[in-house]
Design a protein around this ligand. Structure first.
Ligand code: GP9
Ligand code: MN
Length: 614
């Protein structure tokens, strides 16, 4: 052992520093704990195989450049690790290749970034500085290495990788073929092996479209839901009406009927829940594409992708989205949003989905005092939107996307209508004030729609796009849910993914509908309301008004919720108690979810809908 240290001091020093640092990051920055001893062992050893290969590359350069290369490799590794940690602070997720292409959004996330970068982060690079100094010491000077040594280093890396993979196989069979859950991948492979694997997946999926053919499309046709379940009572109840769909930024269901210091957080939405159809068990199903994923799911009734935002990665595919279907029935479609038009590649994707027009920020008066955080504040935004709506050709389908209630939940003092929530976590504490502001904006929207005589002729739908407070804010979430022990189970985290859904149908009083569903169900639900039959359409959702529908919500990570069971994080819980039960009970449900996700992915990666165009 001592001999090895003497022969390879610089190599071992760099590897040890990075290994230790990665493990510390696992513990402090990522949520990767495993209960099992083998899982903990895996977590500890998983950075090693990559590091041996990676730092080992320095043995392929000349002696006099070797230590410099070791240092540069360490620095690059540290930067990638750090970027991952910052990304994780916001998204509770790991970076994927498609995310790296989402640079168009970078300019707007300045505020969020400011909240996510801490002064103490300089410590992240403390070992890099130390390494730099030590590598200059005589003890660490490089010596000539033979081909045999190089081979030995690479072999060591290979043996370590094989060992790690076989350990992982005992924990998670078919890890590489079945897993959508990036946390599981990182736990078993390590961050950097995961990145390599992700690059491989990316190249594979890019090739899928090129090789897809009519044969794959025929397979898709065979599996299509040929008999869409609908609800005879409400089918066509809003025939010929306008359709206004509001995407409510970062709004989770727990804010409904919630009070902070005795003040209602959503007074308007609380009332609306009693005067429209309200769905308390409706879940968001978004992945890395956040708002844009919610838009994609609701307009197409397809799942978003396991990696990246489909708005960015597959904007030139063929789809059969709601605007296109409605166009055939004489509808005009438009989107309204007070942000840059290229954010989430919307300008391109909206054309693909068949929208006739996109009213982005350039259509709005955006004075300094009317803007906060990402863009135009919601109240001036809806005030300026309604006159445009009034002028649209009728009937129309309009999507209105709010923005103010967005991380890090910034609001000018004069717009704060309730107290902040008593929490030591500033994000959690500010969240309720921006939700309150968004609620006011919806109230203004409704009153303006009434004044513009649009209210009575329009179905108005409001849905939450995705969570606002991520899992990482465990303590704050426990405070919100009034859990004194501060402990939330995976079952609780699934419940927290509920987002509100309101459907206001002119002439109908509405009621609370407790069916379990998700954003994927909106397309068939709304088109059925407008009296449009979806026979032959490729969608994964079902009509939320139908009594015959199978109650189901599948998340992008394979989590699945049925009436009786919740499968998440490889565990099985009974509904509604949340008691953990035998995982075997959930197996059929988990398999069904996986199969749905796979089929949806095949359609998008293979661009299969193009084979159906007449
Ligand atoms: C940006 C807005 C927010 O235009 O839709 O996007 P998000 O970060 O929530 O996906
Ligand atoms: Mn959003």
């Amino acid at each position: 052992m001592l001999l090895i240290v003497k022969k390879h001091p610089a190599l071992l020093l760099a590897i040890s520093f990075l290994w230790l640092k990665t493990y510390i990051v696992y513990q402090l920055s990522f949520n990767l704990s495993g209960s099992h001893l083998v899982q903990q062992l895996l977590l500890f050893i998983n950075p090693l195989s990559f590091l041996v290969f990676y730092i080992g590359l320095a043995y392929f350069v000349s002696v006099n450049r070797r230590n410099r290369i070791i240092f540069i490799l360490s620095l690059v590794y540290s930067i990638i690790l750090y970027v991952n940690a910052v990304y994780y602070r916001f998204f509770t997720d790991f970076i994927t290749v498609p995310v790296l292409f989402q640079t168009k959004n970078a300019g707007d996330i300045g505020n969020s970034l400011y909240e996510l970068v801490y002064a103490a982060d300089v410590l992240f690079f403390a070992d890099t500085v130390l390494l730099y100094m030590l590598l200059k010491k005589p003890f660490f000077q490089a010596a000539i290495v033979t081909t045999k040594t190089r081979r030995m280093v690479m072999m060591t890396g290979a043996v370590l990788l094989a060992l790690q993979l076989s350990l992982a196989e005992t924990q998670r069979p078919q890890l590489l073929t079945r897993t959508f859950d990036r946390h599981l991948l990182v736990k078993n492979l390590g961050t950097f092996n995961y990145h390599l694997y992700d690059i491989l997946l990316y190249s594979k999926s890019s090739m899928k479209s090129a090789f897809a053919s009519n044969v794959d499309a025929d397979e898709m046709k065979k599996q299509a839901k040929d008999d869409p379940v609908n609800n005879p009572k409400l089918f066509g109840a809003a025939k010929g009406k306008n359709l206004i769909v509001v995407s409510l930024e970062s709004t989770q269901s727990f804010v409904i009927d919630y009070k902070v210091n005795g003040q209602e957080v959503t007074p308007f939405l609380n009332k609306l829940a009693r005067s429209s159809y309200y769905f308390p068990n409706f879940y968001h199903q978004t992945g890395q594409g956040k708002t844009s994923d919610a838009e994609f799911i609701t307009d197409n009734s397809l799942y978003p992708l396991p990696r990246g935002a489909v708005f960015q990665t597959h904007a030139l595919n063929e789809y059969k989205a709601t605007p296109e279907i409605l166009k055939e029935k004489g509808y005009y479609s438009a989107v309204f949003h007070g942000n840059d038009k290229s954010f989430w590649n919307r300008d391109i994707m909206y054309q693909t989905l068949g929208y006739d027009h996109y009213f982005s920020e350039e259509y709005y008066d955006r004075s300094e005092e009317d803007s906060v955080n990402y863009g135009l504040k919601d109240i001036p935004f809806v005030e300026q939107t309604v006159p445009y709506l009034k002028k649209l050709p009728k009937p129309f389908y309009a999507k209105v996307i709010t923005l103010t209630n967005h991380h890090p939940y910034l609001l000018n003092e004069e717009d704060q209508m309730i107290d902040t929530f008593p929490s030591s976590d500033p994000i959690v504490s500010r969240y309720f004030t921006t939700v309150r502001y968004a609620d006011e904006a919806i109230k203004v929207l409704f009153s303006k729609l009434k004044k513009a005589r649009l209210y009575k002729n329009s179905v108005i739908v409001i849905y939450g796009d995705h969570y606002g407070i991520s899992e990482r804010h465990e303590e704050g979430l426990a405070q919100i849910l009034k859990r004194e022990d501060g402990v939330l189970t995976p079952f609780d985290h699934v419940q927290l993914q509920r987002v509100p859904l309101f459907i206001h149908v002119p002439g109908k009083k509405g009621k609370q509908i407790k069916t379990i569903g998700g954003q994927i169900d909106l397309k068939p639900t709304l088109l059925h309301l407008l009296g449009i039959n979806l026979k032959g359409d490729y969608h994964f959702g079902t009509d939320l008004f139908s009594k015959k529908r199978e109650e189901l919500a599948v998340f992008r990570d394979g989590t699945v919720i049925s009436k009786d069971l919740v499968y998440t994080d490889e565990s099985c819980f009974t509904q509604p108690s949340g008691t953990e039960t035998d995982p075997a009970l959930c197996e059929p449900l988990a398999a069904k979810a996986q199969e749905e996700l796979d089929r949806s992915d095949d359609i998008i990666y293979g661009d299969l809908l193009r084979f159906l165009v007449k």
